[in-house]
Design a protein around this ligand. Structure first.
Ligand SMILES: [Zn+2]
Length: 406
C-alpha cells in the first residue's frame, strides 16, 4: 500500500467488503470443533467492527460466504464455519498478523485459505500512550493465544512455515519496519526482525494492496485466473497485479500503484505531486470533497455517507459516484489494455457502495477498453471480505513461488 493510499490510515480498516461486513457475526466464544485426530480445537472466525466485542471472535463472515455463493465458485472452496478440520497440517498453516489503524488481528490460516483461529487486539488496547514494546508484548500474547486455541505450544511454532504480516502505512522492505498510521508508537518499528527472533520463523511483510490482491488470486474472486489486477478502494487507491499466474512486484516492488495513474491531466492536484491521479479523482477523500463542493446536502459527509446518499437516490451523491466510478473504469481499462488481464478485482471499503459505484465503473471500462481482447475482462467485487488481506499474507507464506512478495 502506498503511503498516499494510507496516509490517513483508513484504507484497510474496513478493507475489502466494506462496513456492511461488519455486522458480525458472533461474539460467542466457542463455536469450534475438536479435531479428533489431534485434539486441537478448531475455531472458525469472523470479523467484527466493534472494538468492544470480545477479541476472540468466532463465526464466519456471512456476507463473504454469500458473495462466494453468488459467484461461479466450487462450493467445496467456500469457507464453511461448521466444517470440521480433521487435522491441522502445520506445514500448511500460516500465522498472519494484520496491523490496521485501529486494531491488530492475528489469525492462523490453513492451506485452503480457512481462518481456523483468530484474535483481535482492539483499538481500546492500543492506547496512544502505549509504548512500542508493550504493544509488541500484547501482540505476542495474542499470537500465543491463537496457537494455543489450536493446540500448538509457542515452542512448537517452528513447525509452521512462517508468519505473514499485512499492514497499512509505509513498509520498509529492506529494514523490515512498519509505520501504521494511527499507531504512533510503531513508526519505523522493526516488526519483521522482532517477530522472526521471537518465533524463529520467516516473516513476510506485505502492503494491504499486495495482500488483498494475492488473497483474491489465491482463494477469492481471481482464483484460477491467469492475470489479474487487484484494486483497493478506500480514502486512497492502490493495487497490485498478477501476470501469467505470478504476483509481480516490479523493479522496486511498487507495481500496481494505480491510484497514481493520471486520469485527467487537468484534474485536481494529488498528494503525490502529480495532477489528476485516479486517487485525487476517485479516492474516498476526493469523493467526499467533490460532493461537498458540488452541493452535497451534508458537507461533512465522508465517502461512505455519500455512498449511502447515492443509494437513496440523492442526485449530487449519484453524480459524485458516477464521476469517480467512470474514472476508475477508465484507469482500469488502460491497465487491462496494457497487460492483457482476465479480471479486475475491486476491494476496499468503498465497494460497499454497490451498484452506484460498479455501474459507472462498468460504463467507464467499456468506453475505454476499446480493443477486442480487453473488452471481455470482468471487473468484479472482492470475495474475501475483511479477511482478504490476511489470506493474502498467508498466500505469501504458503505459496512463495506464486506470490514472491514480502
Ligand atoms: Zn498521485
Amino acid at each position: 500500500m502506498g503511503a498516499d493510499a494510507d496516509r490517513d490510515g483508513t484504507v484497510d480498516d474496513r478493507v475489502a467488503a466494506g462496513s456492511d461486513d461488519a455486522q458480525l457475526v458472533s461474539s460467542d466464544l466457542v463455536r469450534g470443533a475438536t479435531a479428533p485426530a489431534t485434539g486441537r480445537a478448531v475455531v472458525a472466525v469472523g470479523v467484527a467492527d466493534d472494538d468492544d466485542a470480545d477479541p476472540l471472535l468466532l463465526g464466519q463472515d456471512p456476507d463473504a460466504t454469500a458473495r462466494m455463493q453468488d459467484a461461479d465458485f466450487d462450493p467445496a472452496d467456500t469457507l464453511d464455519p461448521d466444517r470440521e478440520v480433521e487435522e491441522l497440517e502445520l506445514s500448511r498453516c500460516a500465522l498472519t498478523i494484520s496491523v490496521q489503524t485501529s486494531r491488530i488481528d492475528v489469525s492462523l490460516i490453513a492451506g485452503r485459505g480457512e481462518v481456523v483461529a483468530a484474535q483481535r487486539i482492539p483499538a481500546s488496547s492500543l492506547a496512544v500512550d502505549a509504548d512500542a514494546d508493550s504493544i509488541f508484548d500484547m501482540l505476542i500474547g495474542s499470537v500465543d493465544s491463537v496457537l494455543h486455541a489450536v493446540g500448538i505450544e509457542p515452542d512448537e511454532a517452528t513447525a509452521l512455515p512462517g508468519i505473514g504480516v499485512v499492514t497499512t502505512g509505509r513498509i520498509d522492505s529492506a529494514g523490515g519496519t512498519v509505520s501504521p498510521p494511527g499507531l504512533p508508537a510503531w513508526q519505523a518499528f522493526p516488526l519483521r526482525d522482532k517477530l522472526s527472533d521471537h518465533y524463529q520463523l520467516a516473516v513476510k511483510l506485505l502492503s494491504s494492496a499486495a495482500a488483498v490482491c494475492a488473497g483474491e488470486h489465491w482463494r477469492g474472486a481471481a482464483r484460477g485466473r491467469r492475470s489479474a489486477l487487484g484494486l483497493v478502494l478506500g480514502n486512497g487507491i492502490d493495487g497490485a497485479v498478477v501476470i501469467d499466474g505470478r504476483f509481480v512486484g516490479g523493479t522496486t516492488g511498487n507495481a500496481g500503484h494505480i491510484g497514481h495513474v493520471c486520469v485527467d491531466p487537468y484534474g485536481p492536484a494529488c498528494a503525490c505531486g502529480g495532477r489528476g491521479c485516479l486517487e485525487a479523482v476517485a479516492g474516498g477523500a476526493a469523493i467526499a470533497e467533490w460532493a461537498r463542493t458540488h452541493g452535497g446536502t451534508d458537507p461533512s459527509a465522508d465517502a461512505a455517507e455519500v455512498a449511502e446518499a447515492a443509494r437513496r437516490g440523492d442526485p449530487v451523491a449519484l453524480a459524485t459516484f458516477r464521476r469517480a466510478g467512470e474514472a476508475i473504469g477508465q484507469a482500469v481499462a488502460g491497465v487491462v489494455t496494457l497487460l492483457d488481464l482476465d479480471v479486475v478485482v475491486v476491494g476496499g471499503p468503498l465497494i460497499a457502495a454497490g451498484p452506484v459505484l460498479f455501474d459507472p465503473i462498468a460504463d467507464g471500462y467499456h468506453r475505454f477498453a476499446a480493443l477486442g481482447y480487453a473488452a471481455p475482462a470482468r471487473v468484479v467485487p472482492a470475495l474475501l471480505g475483511r479477511d482478504g488481506g490476511q489470506i493474502g499474507a498467508a498466500a505469501a507464506v504458503l505459496e512463495p513461488a506464486v506470490y514472491p512478495v514480502g
